[in-house]
Design a protein around this ligand. Structure first.
Ligand SMILES: Nc1ncnc2c1ncn2[C@@H]1O[C@H](COP(=O)(O)OP(=O)(O)OP(=O)(O)O)[C@@H](O)[C@H]1O
Ligand SMILES: [Mg+2]
Length: 371
C-alpha cells in the first residue's frame, strides 16, 4: 500500500499538449476515480504513473519514492484494462499464477497463492476451466486475480468494466468496491461513466482537457460543483441550465420575462455580474397543481409547459418539458398525473439552484445548506 502524488505533470504528443500540469495527492488505501469525457487524458495519466509513457516534466511519487526514472516493472503497480487478454490455452489457475511462475516462485507456494486469490474472487470452482468456458464477468475476475496475486502497492484500472453488459457491470462494480475495502490497496479507477464514478469512489477527480477541474467526495462534487463543466458532468439526467439577466440588485429576469427575487446570500455573491446561468437539478423541480401556486414563495420560479416525454424508472419518473426553447428534465416520484402532451405547472426554489457566471462558467454560489 502507498500514497500517490502527481506534481505539475505535463505531457504532449508532438505539439499537442494532452496533460497540462496535473497536481494531485491520493491517500494510502484510497479508491479514487478519474472521470471525464473521451480524450481528456485519463488513460495517459495512468500510463504515465505506470511508466508506459514518459512525462515531459513534473514528478510522480509512489509512497516516498520518486518513480519518474524507475522502470515500469519495478514500480509495483498492477494494471487492469478493458481488454484483459487471458491466455486461452491455460486454465484459470494457470492464468492467475502465471506472473508468479515468471518470477520463479516454486509450485507449492504458487498453488497456495492462487488458491487464496481464487477464494477472494469466488473463482475456486472454476480453477480447472479454460477462459472460453467462462462468462464475461468470470473472465474479468480472472484478470483481476492476475493483478491481485502480485500484491501490488497500487492498482490502476482503466475502464475494466466497459465490455460487460449493464447488469454484470453493476455486479462487478460492487465486487470491486468490496474487494478494495478488504485489500485496502490504493486504487485509481478510470471511467467515463459518471454513475460508476459516483458509486465507487472515495473521491472523484473530474478531468477535462488535460486539467483537473475538481477533486472531492462524490456527494460534495454533486452538491457543490466548482463550475458548469463539473455540474453538467455529474448527475443523470444532467442538471438543467436556464439563462438569466440581472435586472436589479437581488432580481433576475428569465427569457420568458418572469422575474425572481434572489435569496440574500445569492444576491450578495453576484457582485456586479449582469448575466448568469441558473443550474437546477432534475430532482429539485416539482410538478405542482395550479391550486398550490398561491402558496409559492418569493424565491420560486414557476412556469407552465406541455410534457414532451415521460420515462418511467419504476419508482421514479423522468418528465421532459420545455422552458422557453430549452428542454428541461424533471425527476420525480410525484408527477401529479402528468401525461405526454398535457400541460403542467413546474416550480423550483432558487434556494436549491446554483448560479454560474455566463462568461467563464464558474460557480458563484454554494447551494444553501448543502455546501
Ligand atoms: N500515443 C499517442 N500519440 C498521439 N496522441 C495520443 C497518444 N495517446 C493519446 N493521445 C491523445 O491524447 C489525448 C488523451 O488521450 P487519452 O487516451 O488519455 O484519453 P482518455 O481520457 O483516456 O479517453 P477515453 O475515455 O476515450 O479512453 C487524446 O486526444 C489522444 O488522441
Ligand atoms: Mg482512456
Amino acid at each position: 500500500m502507498a500514497s500517490i502524488e502527481f506534481k505539475q505533470i505535463c505531457k504532449s504528443y508532438g505539439n499537442i499538449s494532452v496533460i497540462k500540469g496535473i497536481d494531485l495527492e491520493i491517500k494510502d488505501g484510497e479508491l479514487v476515480v478519474f472521470v471525464g469525457p473521451s480524450g481528456c487524458g485519463k488513460s495517459t495519466l495512468l500510463r504515465l504513473l505506470a511508466g508506459l509513457e514518459e512525462e515531459d516534466s513534473g514528478s510522480m511519487y509512489i509512497g516516498e519514492t520518486l518513480v519518474n526514472s524507475i522502470a515500469p516493472k519495478d514500480r509495483n503497480i498492477a494494471m487492469i484494462f478493458q481488454n484483459y487478454a487471458l491466455y486461452p490455452h491455460m486454465t484459470v489457475a494457470e492464468n492467475i499464477g502465471f506472473g508468479l511462475k515468471l518470477r520463479g516462485m516454486n509450485k507449492k507456494k504458487r498453488a497456495r497463492a492462487v488458491d487464496e486469490t481464487a477464494s477472494l474472487l469466488g473463482l475456486k470452482h472454476l480453477l480447472t476451466k479454460q477462459p472460453r468456458q467462462l462468462s464475461g464477468g468470470q473472465r474479468q475476475r480472472v484478470a483481476m486475480g492476475r493483478a491481485i496475486i502480485r500484491n501490488p502497492e497500487v492498482f490502476l484500472m482503466d475502464e475494466p468494466l466497459s465490455n460487460l453488459d449493464a447488469k454484470l457491470r453493476n455486479q462487478m462494480r460492487i465486487e470491486i468496491r468490496k474487494l478494495q475495502r478488504r485489500l485496502k490497496t490504493t486504487t485509481i479507477f478510470v471511467t467515463h461513466d459518471q454513475i460508476e464514478a459516483m458509486t465507487l469512489a472515495d473521491r472523484i477527480v473530474v478531468l477535462n482537457d488535460g486539467k483537473v477541474q475538481q477533486v472531492g467526495a462524490p456527494s460534495k462534487l454533486y452538491s457543490s460543483p466548482v463550475n458548469k463543466f463539473v455540474a453538467g458532468f455529474l448527475g443523470s439526467p444532467s442538471i438543467n441550465f436556464i439563462h438569466a439577466r440581472r435586472t436589479g440588485d437581488n432580481e433576475l429576469t428569465l427569457p420568458d420575462g418572469q422575474c425572481v427575487l434572489l435569496p440574500m446570500d445569492q444576491a450578495q455573491i453576484l457582485s456586479d455580474l449582469r448575466e448568469v446561468e441558473i443550474g437546477i437539478r432534475p430532482e429539485q423541480i416539482n410538478i405542482v397543481k395550479k391550486s398550490d401556486q398561491t402558496a409559492m414563495e418569493k424565491n420560486t420560479i414557476t412556469w407552465s409547459s406541455s410534457v414532451s416525454l415521460i420515462e418511467s424508472l419504476g419508482s421514479e419518473k423522468l418528465v421532459y418539458s420545455f422552458h422557453g426553447e430549452h428542454e428541461v428534465a424533471i425527476k420525480t416520484t410525484n408527477s401529479n398525473g402528468a401525461l405526454e402532451g398535457s400541460n403542467i405547472q413546474l416550480s423550483f426554489s432558487m434556494n436549491n439552484a446554483h448560479l454560474f457566471a455566463l462568461n467563464d462558467g464558474r460557480c458563484l454560489s454554494p447551494v444553501a445548506g448543502n455546501a
